[in-house]
Design a protein around this ligand. Structure first.
Ligand code: UD1
Length: 341
């Protein structure tokens, strides 16, 4: 049975991926410092799968502690490296915190992989590396643009670090998954996104507004060059996204890679505007959403959505869930959180 170390495994995408790995019969060791997640996520994972994953509360900035995990679990076959800070705005305020955390964690992980002879890694990347693309849908071959936030820059630098490490390490295989906009929650509503404080992202803000925690959603700009004037993104169901990680792990373990460093876009291939998301939310949940139009948010791009053909053909993965089902899952999760307060 394959044993997978999942860093950041109590986080939003991490926890959904752990569930999919366990359901595929893999053994999971979660490593997380709980800096942006909670220990009770483990209970959610166990309630869905009936399996308690191994859990180590470790900060990957601590090299010794990182090595300690590999000493305790000597038979790890592959790593999925989620652990990173991800708030765009916060990264502008605290760039050094972002560079230190996101780069050092990856470096320590790669050092440990070399030391303990582990050859396989799946890395969490982002469509932010494309900036505002010249051609849509954006494919993996599109040129990378200068990042518009320290957060985005850490993703670009991490991909460079991975490429350079591969060039110098025989046998190392890495798959970098560039996520578009992950949303929604597990259909059981036992795990989901747990934003701390006021959410930055669209869907948690929508569900909190519908739940009465926020007065109204601010739509950031209705003067973009899009059919309804609001910005367009590719919103991908988090469970669909999680399943792509299982495919990537299998590809690494079965040595089916075409090259040692592979990159896949993970999106639906369909762009939706902020207004379309609002209307889909209202239609699928029966909730009325208060919203107002405000100025554009600094640093936002107009539109981005994925060319998913490479992931479809080569990884054998395709997003399956529709937007209404996905928004319903986000709403069910929000109601579950509120019922516990
Ligand atoms: C951004 C990053 C992405 C990163 C993610 C993590 C880019 C292009 N994308 O996604 O790489 O992984 O943050 O946090 O930098 N919106 C509103 N009102 C709100 C919130 C959002 O109108 O209250 C709009 C935004 O203007 C945007 C869309 O909703 O058009 C999605 O926003 P959000 O969920 O924050 O994600 P991105 O900014 O696309």
């Amino acid at each position: 049975m394959a044993k997978i170390l999942v860093s950041g495994g109590t986080g939003y995408i991490g926890s959904h991926t752990v569930v999919e790995l366990l359901e595929e019969g893999m053994e999971v060791v979660i490593v997380d410092d709980l800096s942006n997640s909670e220990r009770k996520v483990l209970d959610g994972i166990t309630s869905i799968t009936g399996i308690e994953p191994h859990f180590e509360e470790v900060d990957l900035k601590d090299r010794k502690a990182t090595y300690g995990v590999f000493e305790k679990y000597p038979d790890i076959n592959a790593i999925i490296h989620f652990a990173a800070f991800k708030a765009v705005g916060e990264s502008v305020q605290k760039p050094l915190v972002y560079y230190e955390n996101n780069l050092l964690s990856l470096i320590h992980m790669l050092e440990a992989m070399k030391h303990f002879n582990i050859d396989n890694m799946v890395f969490s990347s982002s469509c932010t590396v494309y900036g505002e693309p010249d051609v849509l849908p954006v494919s993996e071959n599109a040129p990378l643009k200068k990042a518009n936030s320290p957060y985005g820059n850490t993703k670009q630098i991490c991909e460079d670090i991975l490429q350079d490490t591969i060039n110098s390490t025989e046998g190392l295989g890495v798959i970098s998954l560039r996520y578009f906009n992950p949303i929604g929650a597990h259909p059981t509503a036992s795990i989901g996104e747990l934003p701390i404080g006021v959410p930055n992202n669209l869907v948690p803000f929508i569900t909190q507004t519908a739940a009465g925690l926020r007065e109204s959603l601010s739509v950031f700009g209705d003067d973009y060059n899009t059919p309804d004037g609001s910005a367009i993104r590719d919103y991908i169901n988090v469970v669909d996204l999680a399943k792509a990680h299982v495919k990537a792990i299998r590809r690494l373990l079965d040595q089916k890679q075409l090259s040692a460093f592979e990159v896949f876009n993970l999106g639906t291939g369909r762009g939706l505007s902020v207004f379309e998301i609002i209307h889909a939310f209202e239609k699928s949940t029966g909730q009325k959403l208060n919203y107002k139009i405000v100025d554009r948010r600094e640093g936002d791009i107009e539109k981005v959505y994925a060319d998913t053909s490479y992931a479809n053909d080569e990884l054998g993965w395709k997003a399956e869930k529709g937007i209404e089902e996905t928004l319903q899952s986000a709403w069910k999760w929000e109601m579950n959180i509120q019922s516990k307060h």
